[in-house]
Design a binder for this molecule. Structure first.
Ligand code: GLA
Length: 358
């Protein structure tokens, strides 16, 4: 038997910048997906989810998307990409256990993919580096699952480092880890409304970003500054302009955020998180009334430094940066005030920044 583990992630700053060849700051968290498995010495693949109580059997020589058990496609997709890369893989068993909330915007899908890659690596004696793993897992999600995500989630899960933020440059495909200040914690709060990236909005907004870049004569929004965007505004449809405004602003906030972290200015960093959320709400339109309410309540609580939606958006969770010694009282107050205002039961998770896949 072999075991692998890959964590979920939170995006700290740099929303929807990854597929625009931009920059992102994220962190792996102390919750993730554990796989236990062995070789079948045949082409038989046997997958079992303890969380959902479901099982899937398939022939690795004839891989097809699984319609009834969609979770299986994250594992099968990774196997498929490994095969397409000519790697010597075949049948195996995998039992999935997860303490990562599903559909919360914490990248349970990327954690499952990266954990699969780590398990296959062990079972079949492969020697891939973390960037190769992250890229193959992204390809699995793009081609097999059918979500056109960028590299953020898979890279964060692969490269996470305890107590450090991850700075990912999606054009250069480089990763730097940046010490995160002590004395703070992350509070992740699920708003109680489901989040699904395969919902179509993600791909639609992505195309609006590409449209903006093309009309501005840029290879990607990465290459556009705020001044250039304003100068070209008249040539852009309103929605493309608004999406671009968000992405260009996010790239700038990531670079500012790194400077603030390096100077230990955690208050300033928190303010950038609030600004990021405001830009999501107004310009990218990937927030929801529930996420906005969570951020507004957080803003009024003593000991909260910053708060924003936690990833793709369109539902899911918020990530709130809080003073460590007030963690429990902030978490309780946020959940109870949210219930009073909306009648929804939020689920709060106090998280530490943790190591990546192993
Ligand atoms: C999701 C995607 C990522 C990234 C974020 C938004 O998490 O999977 O690739 O685009 O949304 O920043």
């Amino acid at each position: 038997m072999q075991t692998s583990y890959a964590p979920g992630r939170v995006e700290l700053l740099g929303n929807h910048t990854d597929y625009n060849e931009g920059v992102v700051l994220s962190a792996a968290i102390d919750r993730g997906v554990t796989l236990t498995g062995e070789l079948t010495h045949s082409s038989r693949v046997s997958l079992r989810s303890s969380t959902l109580g479901e099982a899937v059997e398939i022939d690795s020589a004839a891989l097809v998307r699984c319609k009834e058990n969609e979770w299986a496609n994250y594992l099968l997709g990774v196997l498929d990409v490994f095969k397409k890369n000519g790697l010597p893989v075949g049948g195996f068993t995998a039992q999935i256990q997860s303490d990562l909330p599903l559909g919360a915007g914490l990248s349970s899908s990327a954690a499952l993919e990266v954990s699969t890659a780590m398990l296959l690596q062990k079972l079949f004696g492969l020697n891939l580096d973390r960037l190769q793993i992250a890229k193959m897992c992204r390809r699995a999600e793009n081609e097999f699952v059918g979500v056109n995500c960028g590299l953020l989630d898979q890279a964060s899960s692969a490269f996470g480092k305890k107590g450090h933020a991850i700075f990912l440059d999606c054009r250069a495909e480089t990763v730097e880890t940046i010490p995160f200040p002590d004395g703070v914690k992350l509070l992740i709060t699920q708003c109680g409304a489901p989040h699904r990236l395969s919902g179509g909005e993600y791909n639609e907004h992505r195309l609006q970003c590409f449209d903006a870049a093309a009309r501005l004569g840029a290879k990607a929004l990465r290459d556009v500054t705020s001044a250039q965007l304003e100068a070209g505004k008249a040539n852009l449809p309103e929605l493309s302009y608004k999406r671009a405004l968000h992405v260009v602003g996010e790239n700038e906030r990531v670079l500012q955020g790194i400077g603030l972290l390096k100077n230990g200015n955690v208050k300033g960093f928190g303010q950038l998180m609030f600004a990021s959320h405001e830009s999501s709400r107004r310009h990218f339109e990937n927030s929801t009334p529930e996420l906005d309410t969570l951020v507004e309540i957080a803003r009024g609580l003593p000991g909260v430094l910053g708060s924003r939606l936690a990833g793709g958006g369109f539902g899911g969770a918020t990530v709130t940066l809080i003073e460590r010694d007030k963690a429990a009282s902030i978490s309780d107050a946020l959940v109870s005030k949210y219930y009073d205002q909306t009648g929804h039961l939020a689920v709060a998770h106090l998280c530490e920044i943790a190591d990546g896949a192993r």
